[in-house]
Design a protein around this ligand. Structure first.
Ligand code: PTJ
Length: 249
C-alpha cells in the first residue's frame, strides 16, 4: 500500500502495513494482527511519543543487558516483522543469542522467522529444544537449552503474559517492551519499556553503545535508581492526563 509521507499518521500506518506484510510473508500470526491493534490503541492514548518514563526504562534495560552474563533476546512473529533488523543489531552488540519463542506454535512460521533474521544478518538463531519453563502450559514453555535455559536476563518484547512470571520464578530478570502499561507482562517484568518497539529499539541500541564505556559500578548505580512501579504509574498518568486535557479542550 502506498501511504503518503504527508499523512499525519504516516508512521503508525506504516507499522500496520509492516505487520500485515509480516502476516502475508508467514512471519506473523493472525492473532498478531489483533495484538498489533491493541498496541496501536495504547500508542494513540499515550500520544505516539517516547516519553521520559520509557527513556528511564531504556537506560535501566541497557545497563542490565550490559551487566548480564548471558542475555537472550526472545523473538516472536510481531517483533520479527516490526524490528527484525534492530533485533539482529542488538544481538550483535551484546553478543546475545536470538531465540524464537512463539505463542501460536507453527513450525513453518518458526522457519520463516529464522530465515528472515538470517537474511538480515543474524549468524545464529536458536529455536525451542532441550529446555522447559516449569509452571507454564502454553507453547512458550519450550525453550532452547543453549538460550533461555541458561540466560540470566531475557528480553521479551510484545509478550502475552504468563512467561514473564514463569521466567522470574526461575530466577531470571525480564525486560519487556509493551505499549500497554496495564498488561500482566508490563506489571510483572523487572523493567518495562512502555513504548512502540519501532521507536524504542534504535534508542536501546544507541544507549547500549554509549553505556558500553561506563564502569560496572556506574551501570549498577543506574539500575539501583530505577523503579519499575513508578515507570508504570507515570505511563498510566500520561494516558490519564492526556485524556483529561482532551476532554476539556
Ligand atoms: O508470534 P506469536 O505466536 O508468538 O504471537 C505473538 C503475539 C504478540 C500475538 C502474542 O504474544 C500475543 O497474543 O500477545 P498479546 O497478549 O496480544 O500481548 C502483546 C502486547 O504487546 C500487548 O500488551 C500490546 O499492547 C503490546 N504491543 C502490540 N504492538 C506493540 C506492542 N508494544 C510495543 N510496540 C508494539 N508495536
Amino acid at each position: 500500500m502506498n501511504i503518503p509521507k504527508s499523512h499525519p499518521r504516516y508512521k503508525s500506518l506504516l507499522s500496520r502495513e509492516v505487520v500485515v506484510s509480516g502476516f502475508k510473508n508467514g512471519l506473523t500470526s493472525l492473532a498478531g494482527l489483533t495484538a498489533h491493534g491493541r498496541g496501536e490503541t495504547f500508542d494513540y492514548l499515550l500520544g505516539e511519543e517516547t516519553f521520559f518514563f520509557a527513556h528511564a526504562a531504556l537506560d535501566a534495560a541497557a545497563s542490565l543487558l550490559l551487566l548480564s552474563k548471558f542475555p537472550v533476546i526472545s523473538v516472536n512473529g510481531n517483533t520479527a516483522a516490526l524490528a527484525g533488523r534492530e533485533l539482529v543489531e542488538l544481538s550483535e552488540i551484546l553478543d546475545a543469542p536470538l531465540e524464537i519463542n512463539l505463542f501460536h506454535p507453527e513450525k513453518e512460521r518458526e522457519r520463516a522467522i529464522s530465515k528472515h533474521l538470517k537474511y538480515l544478518g543474524a549468524k545464529k538463531v536458536l529455536t525451542p529444544g532441550g529446555g522447559l519453563i516449569p509452571f507454564l502450559r502454553s507453547n512458550r514453555r519450550m525453550i532452547s537449552r543453549e538460550g533461555q535455559k541458561k540466560a540470566d536476563v531475557v528480553l521479551v518484547p510484545l509478550e502475552d503474559g504468563d512467561r514473564t512470571e514463569a521466567l522470574i520464578k526461575m530466577g531470571k530478570k525480564v525486560i519487556t517492551i509493551d505499549l500497554n502499561p496495564l498488561s500482566r507482562t508490563a506489571q510483572k517484568a523487572d523493567i518495562t519499556i512502555v513504548d512502540h518497539i519501532v521507536r524504542s529499539m534504535p534508542i536501546l541500541i544507541k544507549k547500549i553503545t554509549a553505556l558500553k564505556k561506563e564502569t560496572p559500578e556506574a551501570l549498577r548505580s543506574i539500575l539501583g535508581q530505577y523503579d519499575n512501579e513508578t515507570v508504570l504509574k507515570d505511563a498510566i498518568f500520561q494516558i490519564n492526563q492526556r485524556l483529561t486535557k482532551l476532554s476539556y479542550e
